[in-house]
Design a protein around this ligand. Structure first.
Ligand code: GYE
Length: 347
């Protein structure tokens, strides 16, 4: 890429020597940059916007990169097209945040044949040949789900009778959906009194989360005890539907409250966790930028990198007595939480 751009640049310089000198300096700098094509899923959630922001602010020219960003608008065909365009441009590296796990074999085979290393971020891919990607950086979604279910198991242990769940899922076939869904499925199997009333895909989007919850409320009304949302934007939508239908979100299911759990722990999600509308919020860390630049720089120096890197995450639990939340078991007074956690939260 850098080489191609240099020759195009020189051809367009004309015969003005001063312009030529200036351009030569610029092309020299450009040659040193590492060109990275980033195929992002879309802009479906607060989490996603934070992820994009983090990558864009890490892969800057000052930091030695030329980043080419492509927004797949939640469609795999757009992401496949972007990968092929990156190959045509002969980028140095491709970073792919794959919408779902399946369907990447041929495009990544083409990248491999072109000698372009591919780094997968956030969600994972399922390919026949694992050498089609060099490294993956993301969250352990199954563990996130298990931590959410583990917490539910503890708080619901003292409940008498059956506990009815509704489940708002993320994009079908996305690793985040698969891990979080499997954890709840196992939770239902392992708890005799947990009953699943309904589950539906809301694509990680607020408006769809609201629609799905409206529908669940119409069908099951006050029978619903727990609403398990696979991300915060779906939870925002579910909370809108709950209050519009005249119900209350909270942990007191004996008093008819609907206990909402969510994933991401965005700033807004944590506000709802503080006020108790969300009872438990399992963090998912979208700030991949710095880690990804480390990976690309190491590869560029010819060093080996970890094939799998997990991000660190915490669990935020509403606490009535504190009128706030605890995380990972430690209690913080409201003011401390506001300053330390929310103020510092970038998403
Ligand atoms: O939870 C959600 C986003 O893949 C972990 O996708 C990501 C998920 C995240 O839209 O908010």
């Amino acid at each position: 890429m850098a080489v191609m751009m240099t020759s195009l640049f020189l051809l367009s310089c004309g015969s003005n020597p001063s312009a030529k000198t200036g351009n030569l300096q610029e092309t020299k700098a450009e040659e040193d940059l590492i060109t990275v094509g980033f195929s992002q899923i879309g802009a479906e959630s607060d989490w996603r916007l934070a992820c994009t922001e983090s990558v864009e602010s890490a892969f800057t020219t000052e930091n030695g990169f030329n980043l080419i960003f492509d927004d797949g608008q939640q469609k795999q065909e757009n992401q496949l097209k972007a990968i092929r365009e990156f190959i045509d441009m002969d980028v140095d590296y491709i970073i792919l945040d794959p919408i779902t796990e399946e369907g990447w074999d041929s495009a990544l085979q083409e990248a491999k044949e072109a000698g372009i290393p591919v780094i997968i971020v956030d969600r994972q891919i399922s390919v026949k040949d694992d050498s089609l990607y060099t490294a993956w950086v993301g969250a352990d979604f199954r563990t996130e789900g298990d931590r959410a279910v583990g917490w539910l198991s503890t708080v619901l242990a003292s409940q008498k009778g059956f506990i009815n769940f509704v489940h708002i899922q993320g994009t079908t076939g996305a690793t985040a959906q698969i891990g979080r869904t499997e954890a709840l499925k196992d939770g239902i199997v392992n708890h005799n009194r947990w009953v699943l009333l309904a589950r539906e895909d809301a694509d990680f989007v607020q408006a769809k989360g609201r629609e799905v919850m409206e529908d669940f409320l119409k069908r099951y009304g006050s029978r619903i005890n727990v609403c398990y949302c696979e991300n915060d934007n779906e939870a925002y939508g579910a909370l809108q539907a709950i209050s519009a239908a005249g119900y209350r979100a909270g942990q007191d299911i004996d008093q008819g409250e609907i206990l909402v759990v969510s994933f991401d722990a965005t700033r807004q999600g944590l506000r709802y966790t503080m006020d108790g509308s969300i009872s438990m919020n399992m963090e998912c860390n979208p700030l991949f930028g710095p880690k990804l630049t480390e990976v690309v720089k190491a590869l560029n120096r010819g060093e080996a990198v970890n094939r799998i890197t997990y991000m660190e995450e915490q669990q935020f639990v509403h606490d009535d007595a504190l009128q706030s939340f605890r995380y990972d078991g430690n209690a913080y007074p409201l003011t401390t939480v506001t300053e330390d956690v929310l103020a510092g939260r970038k998403y």
